[in-house]
Design a protein around this ligand. Structure first.
Ligand code: ZN
Ligand code: ZN
Length: 349
């Protein structure tokens, strides 16, 4: 309980945006009310006073201030009703707000584009990579599938890409059903055809996972999305569409785009059939969840620590210039070796 939570010092753009939100008075998403809470706090009112003034519970006001402090304006965008925000509380905001856009798009270079879902929790916010090739395009992973990736970017998907899934976890494979060509390692194909556990609802996550995430500094506060992909979306309705693979991959297979050629590296450990795509000529690796610059997960169902150790030894030796990973920002060869060494030292203990 923090009834006296205070908003951090506002940046001038934030203040402008909050004032604009306050004036917009869109009660459906409750954004105007949330902006009012933050602005009142900034003017020196306590959560208790804000609660009185706006007719809401002070704990609710505190929670919005906390969210704003942690996530900035995005924290006011959605926000599932939380336990302390009881029904009938005018500041609870009812259903979470609808995201202005679901995907973000970053042009990496002339051929490579990164797509990701900013409203997904870090745990399930994966990177989707589009590579424009001469004869064919490559799509590495497909995101959660909570919104249509294809419809979001008709220019990118003018021609069907070959979708290569680095593994079958739902944050990477949820959108696979939108694409006619779906390639995945043979050990992951069954899971693509019959998806395992998948949820965006915080309440449906096992308590142990929540504890583990909190320990890793990624607490799950509510659901795994903080805004809705569209009006009326029910987070509990999230499912992964069962999708058979159209080609199964194995170590050494080639993915040929005409002007660029990638080799499939089998990199088990995170999951049995995790793969990377290695473009030797450019020293470029799409690594999926075999390695990324964040807390590595090797104790999930299907994970294998001994296999992961072997994978890290292999990655350590790879003459990499850039790694485009399944999560978090891209990095170079030196950082790859640091991550691998750190993992190996940790698991050698
Ligand atoms: Zn994964
Ligand atoms: Zn992942």
């Amino acid at each position: 309980m923090r009834p006296y939570a205070r908003v951090r010092k506002l940046a001038s753009e934030e203040r402008e945006e909050l004032e604009r939100m306050e004036r917009s008075r869109k009660p459906a998403a409750g954004r105007a009310r949330r902006a009012e809470i933050v602005l009142l706090s900034d003017r020196g009112y306590t959560a208790e006073e804000i609660g009185e003034r706006l007719g809401c519970h002070q704990e609710t006001a505190s929670r919005w201030i906390d969210r704003f402090n942690r996530l900035g304006l995005a924290g006011l965008e959605g926000g599932p009703p939380e336990a302390a925000m009881s029904a009938g509380d005018s500041c609870a905001g009812g259903p979470a707000g609808v995201a202005e856009r679901w995907f973000e798009r970053v042009r990496v270079d002339g051929e490579i584009t990164l797509l990701y879902e900013p409203h997904a929790h870090e745990l399930v916010r994966s990177n989707v990579w589009h590579v424009r090739g001469k004869d064919r395009d490559l799509l590495v992973d497909a995101g959660l599938g909570a919104a249509s990736l294809r419809e979001a970017y008709p220019d990118l998907f003018e021609r069907d890409p070959s979708l290569v899934l680095t593994h079958a976890h739902f944050d990477h494979a949820g959108g696979a059903h939108e694409f006619p060509e779906r390639w995945i390692h043979e050990l992951e194909a069954p899971r693509l055809a019959e998806p395992g556990f998948a949820t965006l609802s915080g309440a449906a996550l096992p308590a142990a996972s929540r504890r583990e995430m909190a320990q890793m500094g990624m607490p799950i506060d509510g659901d795994l999305i903080d805004a809705l992909p569209r009006e009326g979306y029910d987070v509990r309705s999230y499912r992964v569409v069962p999708t058979p693979a159209t080609r199964t991959l194995a170590e050494g297979d080639a993915v040929d785009l005409g002007d660029r050629r990638f080799a499939v590296l089998h990199l088990p450990g995170h999951s049995p059939g995790s793969i990377g795509l290695w473009e030797e000529e450019a020293g470029l690796l799409f690594s999926g969840d075999a390695v990324y610059d964040g807390p590595l997960l090797d104790e999930l169902p299907g994970s294998d620590v001994a296999a992961y150790v072997q994978t890290m030894r292999r990655l350590r030796e790879l003459p990499v210039s850039v790694v485009h990973a399944g999560h978090d920002p891209s990095f170079g060869g030196r950082r790859l070796r640091e991550i691998a060494e750190r993992y190996l030292a940790w698991r050698a203990k």
